[in-house]
Design a protein around this ligand. Structure first.
Ligand SMILES: NCCCNCCCCCC(O)(O)C(F)(F)F
Ligand SMILES: [Zn+2]
Length: 539
């Protein structure tokens, strides 16, 4: 579902060169040109109400912003000076209500099942705005309001917010740092606090407060030039294990694309196709309920390409082969190690993190302020298969035409629950070992063989089938033993692109499972760089 808000195009302040109206028009135009727009549902935008906005912001802040349409340009300038890097325009209050309202419309559409997932292409962005202050082009915190709204209106218990914008969404962090029901994950250009907004609390040791400890995860990028491998490593060895343990009911993405190559703010080197994989890897959480809301992204070419890569994956199309996976750089591994260590006491999937030893890595990160113009190949054309899933079946087994619904894991009988520990260990192996290794191997075909003695309950099998479709452009062959008839339906639903049911709250993986997985990972990581989780502190 694409949400293009009816946008007054003249909202551009001369003072702000990069947050320009063209960001939305080029993104929408690219979706139209690529044929993706026609495959989406568009829903009407609405203004956020005062009540919506007051879910996050204070009365005095809202009342102050309400006055801006009637201010003289002088008063506006005066009003703006009290905030950092935000540009008020007589029309920005109206637009900010539309941006927040669009995010809420998207939440309504996903939570009511009208659509499976979606993206709201909005301006102004939101993740820097705080309870009583605007900041960094942001007026109302669209995603923070959406999280509170989902909890209040739909009784959502746990919300995961993934902020892949290249700036730290301090506004989101402040909103939820003592709230264990909202897990906020952000990576951001930091350069040891030299990069905007230059906050001490953007570093990896800000883990949340009081009841919220462990539910705020900051990954600082202390060098520019981060590549696809760096982003994938963080997903496989940090975000995904924690996200599966957290078991969210809804995933919100602060979808900023200034973390892509060519962006003047981010100065990173990850190519637009990586967002297809980042999106895909989040789509089996929360039963597929995912709302992406645009934040930053200032290189109009990479912004448009990245938006298309994200939307095409939300539509269920196979992911492209990930470009240039040559392993994470030392700086990224140092950050990964610091964050995993800071959080090991809060997450059982990270409990063993302190046992890491150093790895031999070379440091490819560059110093900031690189001035050369970045060029990159257009993402490869992604085919939309006409026949998505062919099923060869022995007679007597009907061909499934949809997916079988599962009850939540709480209803599973005791026998299967006793297996859940194996499931935790299994997911630990899939996320931290199989996935990174498979991405680095970059196969052209995935052959998935289900041995009947695998003892894997079907939901885990569906998660596995779903996750592995990010590889080999979705070319997957599943072989099953004769006695697995009841697994044909769930397997077919995953192959058809239906999100796998949630695994529920996973207990800690068995120590012996972790030990065997970790020893295998330590053995293999000399040859498979995506298995590394710490940098070598000696040069
Ligand atoms: N005075 C030094 C440069 C200030 N640079 C401000 C950058 C704002 C970034 C905004 C964003 O990209 O994070 C958002 F997603 F919110 F749009
Ligand atoms: Zn940004």
């Amino acid at each position: 579902m694409i949400q293009i808000q009816a946008f007054e195009m003249f909202l551009s302040s001369p003072a702000c060169k990069i947050e320009v109206p063209e960001r939305l028009t080029v993104s929408h135009e690219a979706l139209v040109q690529s044929g993706l727009a026609d495959r989406c549902v568009s829903i009407p935008v609405r203004e956020a109400t005062d009540a919506d906005i007051l879910l996050v912001h204070s009365e005095e802040y809202l009342e102050a912003v309400k006055k801006t349409p009637y201010m003289t340009l002088e008063d506006l300038k005066e009003f703006t000076l009290q905030y950092g890097d935000v540009y008020f325009h007589p029309n920005i209050y109206h637009c900010a209500k539309l941006a927040a309202g669009a995010a809420l419309q998207l939440v309504d559409s996903v939570m009511t099942g009208k659509v499976r997932n979606g993206m709201a292409l909005v301006r102004p962005p939101g993740h820097h705005s705080m309870r009583s202050a605007a900041s960094g082009f942001c007026v109302f915190n669209n995603v923070a309001i959406a999280a509170r709204y989902a909890k209040q209106k739909y009784g959502v218990k746990r919300v995961l917010i993934v902020d892949w914008d290249i700036h730290h969404g301090q506004g989101v962090q402040y909103s939820f740092e003592d709230d264990p029901s909202v897990l906020y994950f952000s990576w951001h250009r930091y350069e040891h606090q030299k990069f905007w907004p230059q906050l001490r609390e953007s570093d990896f040791d800000s883990v949340g407060k009081n009841k919220g400890v462990g539910f705020n995860i900051n990954v600082p990028w202390n060098k520019v030039g981060m590549q696809n491998s760096d982003y994938l490593s963080i997903f496989c060895h940090l975000l995904l294990p924690v996200a599966y343990e957290f078991n969210p009911d809804l995933v919100l993405v602060c979808a900023g694309f200034d973390s892509a190559i060519g962006d003047p703010e981010g100065e990173m080197c990850a190519t637009p196709d990586i967002f297809a994989h980042l999106t895909h890897l989040l789509m089996n959480l929360a039963g597929g309920k995912l709302c992406a809301v645009l934040e930053g992204g200032y290189n109009l070419t990479s912004l448009a390409q990245s938006v298309c890569q994200t939307v095409q994956t939300l539509l269920g199309d196979p992911a492209p082969p990930p470009a240039n996976l040559d392993g994470p750089c030392k700086s990224a591994l140092d950050s990964l190690h610091c964050v995993r260590s800071a959080h090991r006491q809060y997450w059982s999937c990270l409990k063993h993190a302190e046992e890491e030893e150093e790895e031999k890595t070379l440091d490819k990160g560059e110093e900031g302020n690189s001035i050369e113009e970045k060029v990159w190949p257009e993402p490869p054309k992604r085919v939309t298969p006409t026949i998505r899933t062919a099923v060869v079946l022995p007679d007597g087994v009907t061909c499934p035409d949809g997916c079988k619904r599962f009850s939540s894991s709480e209803d599973l009988d005791p026998l299967i629950i006793s297996k859940l520990n194996d499931v935790s260990g299994f997911m630990h192996a899939v996320l931290g070992l199989l996935l990174p290794l498979a991405y680095e191997y970059d196969p052209t075909l995935v052959l998935l063989v289900r041995m009947s003695d695998a003892g894997l309950c079907e939901i885990v099998w569906q998660q596995l089938t779903g996750l592995l479709q990010g590889l080999a452009q979705g070319h997957m062959l599943v072989l099953m033993q004769d006695g697995e008839k009841e697994c044909v339906g769930p397997t077919a639903s995953s192959l058809l692109g239906y999100p796998a049911p949630s695994l529920g709250q996973l207990p800690a993986p068995l120590p012996e499972d972790v030990a065997s997985i970790e020893s295998l990972r330590h053995r293999l990581k000399a040859d498979w760089k995506l298995l590394q989780t710490t940098g070598d502190f000696t040069t």
